[in-house]
Design a protein around this ligand. Structure first.
Ligand SMILES: [Zn+2]
Length: 157
């Protein structure tokens, strides 16, 4: 998030940017929790798999929340409040799915999109190699190839 040319504008102070970024992450964490709950609507095994994936990456969501808050000159105390919010949102998101059910057809689309999007974020942003100068064209090409491959696989099965 918003890492380009950060050093060129040293010593800026926009605490509200940190707050909005942290709120965006909190919203994302709510969706993470909904993913867990909807996974359990499919089956206990699917719910457990989604929970393991979400909980293990949510540690970095928390670190990102604090980093964004502190980078934008928010206080440690305020950053911890947003960390708490970010930690609670997956639980609230998961609990929210106890109050509605969605059709199996929608679940297939939602969980497929959710898994694909997380994998895409993993390879396009989180892996250090994704930020090397020569990899952006290769990354886009491989993304298109991966999408085509999955499309072909789903047509064959
Ligand atoms: Zn997340």
């Amino acid at each position: 998030m918003h890492h380009a040319h950060e050093a060129d504008y040293a010593d800026h102070k926009h605490p509200q940017v940190g707050v909005f970024s942290a709120l965006a992450l909190a919203g994302h964490s709510f969706m993470d929790g909904m993913g867990i709950g909807l996974g359990f609507q499919v089956s206990p095994a699917t719910g457990l798999l989604v929970a393991i994936a979400v909980i293990s990456h949510d540690f970095t969501d928390g670190m990102n929340t604090v980093t964004l808050m502190l980078n934008h000159k928010n206080t440690v105390r305020r950053s911890l409040k947003f960390l708490l919010l970010d930690a609670l949102m997956p639980v609230i998101g998961a609990v929210s799915t106890l109050f509605f059910t969605v059709s199996p057809h929608f679940l297939i689309w939602y969980l497929g999109f959710f898994a694909g999007f997380l994998l895409y974020i993993g390879v396009s942003d989180i892996l250090p190699e994704a930020h090397s100068k020569h990899s952006s064209f290769k990354l886009i090409g491989l993304t298109v190839l991966g999408t085509a491959l999955i499309f072909v696989i789903t047509r064959l099965v």
